[in-house]
Design a protein around this ligand. Sequence first.
Ligand code: PGA
Length: 252
Amino acid sequence: MRKALVIGNWKQNGSIASVKALADSVVSSCLDESVDVAVCPAALHLPVVAPLLGDAIALGAQDVSEYSGGAYTGQISAAMLVETGCQYVLVGHSERRALCAESSVAVGVKAKSALGSGLTPVVCVGETLDERKANQTEAVIFEQLDGFFSALGSDELTQCVIAYEPVWAIGSGLSASAEQAGEVHAAIRTKLESYAAGSGAVIRILYGGSVKPGNAAEIFAQPDVDGGLIGGAALDAADFSAIVSAASGSGE
Ligand code: PGA
């Protein structure tokens, strides 16, 4: 049984006042116990949002250092995130892979560092439009997964969440179709199984990329889609709660 999970990635948005208001609205509108819900504010907003979430909504960070501590200017360790109340952390978001040149192996090291402190890493993978057009989707994603898995043990793998986020669908308004998402999710699940027998059945695989209230239910209805990683629509509590409701009952 995989419980549905919906995560709001607030990216580099908001002020202290606006994230407080958003957190309050999410807490009062996302009440579905059949779905795990988390929000990922910017790092400086984590301690602002943490006390507002109660037990129903989990806190997540958008990145974590590969290193446990020391002379790494600007980095935030997994232990610091845990102390601030985080349960989840995104690793390898395509914006970080592109802007910060994060390699898949570095993503794996980050995931390992997160797991070492008790955080659940949400490992993002996805292809660009050019790669999809060149029929490279599976190859690209498998390479990303191979790099990430090279840093982990099999028992650590089962504690991760995977997010399939086609780069061309992020923030573009152009979501993958339910069939496209379903196909890639099924391929990812088979690949996970090849790393560790039994892992394919337990690891939650989220879809991300222009999920909106209007397309969420269809995407989440795919058997291998266990919820969503939501960007733009997560900044509007009404849209986000509609997406959470669409995930209700979609768990396997
Ligand atoms: P989007 O972003 O929902 O705005 O497309 C998703 C993400 O980047 O996680």
